[in-house]
Design a binder for this molecule. Structure first.
Ligand code: ACO
Ligand code: ACO
Length: 154
């Protein structure tokens, strides 16, 4: 499958929103549709396009249809251990009928090239313990950090 990756653009909003909160999309995968209000989605999409915001998205386009089949959303942030920012891959998604054809790997390779471009010494992400499918990819392209992730209780 021939796939093109490029930074998200304003015209991508309907297709991106469909993969984000639409049926079979990323937020549904996380069973979190009640948390992600339309206001949050609007805000997130606007930040991708705002050069003052350290919030980015890359989309994967199936060259045979011109449709967006996946995305990776990522953030740059300060880090006390480096002068340079760190890159955090917040969200990675490939639509179910386009999986296992190398798009997820390509999106991560794009993220690595962004980390190089912004001189980020640290490029990282987290995933759920039970997300074995994603980990089949992650063990090939990354290493386990050795850290546990905690959060404030709800
Ligand atoms: N059985 C065997 N191998 C598998 C399987 C499987 N079920 N799934 C993946 N793999 C392996 C493949 O062999 C492949 O390795 P290769 O590159 O050496 O051939 C790799 O893992 C899959 O690579 P891709 O085809 O590049 O990945 P894909 O396009 O299928 O996308 C993704 C993977 C993004 C995890 C997709 O399944 C998805 O969107 N899942 C739902 C949402 C999700 O889990 N997102 C990640 C959450 S974590 C985060 O956001 C940071
Ligand atoms: N045996 C039993 N219980 C222990 C032990 C021990 N050896 N050590 C800690 N605890 C328990 C205590 O019972 C206490 O529980 P309580 O509040 O119910 O009484 C709790 O764990 C420790 O609490 P504090 O006294 O508030 O913590 P402390 O002042 O000892 O600081 C810290 C803990 C920060 C982890 C310290 O040990 C430290 O600096 N360690 C080295 C650096 C480190 O590991 N930092 C954290 C790295 S992760 C990160 O930075 C996000």
């Amino acid at each position: 499958m021939s796939v093109t990756l490029r930074p998200i653009e304003a015209k991508d909003k309907p297709e991106w929103l469909n993969l984000w909160t639409g049926p079979g999309g990323y937020i549904e995968f996380y069973k979190s549709l009640e948390k992600i209000t339309p206001e949050i989605s609007e805000n997130t999409f606007s930040r991708f396009l705002d050069p003052k915001e350290p919030v980015y998205s890359v989309v994967a386009i199936d060259d045979s249809t011109g449709k967006i089949i996946g995305f990776a959303n990522y953030l740059l942030h300060r880090n006390t251990w480096t002068i340079e920012d760190a890159l955090y891959l917040n969200d990675l998604f490939v639509s179910s009928d386009s999986r296992l054809k190398g798009t997820g790997r390509k999106l991560i390779e794009y993220i690595y090239s962004e980390a190089d471009k912004y001189k980020c010494k640290k490029c990282y992400w987290s995933t759920q313990f039970e997300n074995h499918r994603a980990q089949l990819l992650y063990t090939k392209v990354g290493v386990k950090s050795g850290f546990l992730l905690y959060r404030r209780p709800d």
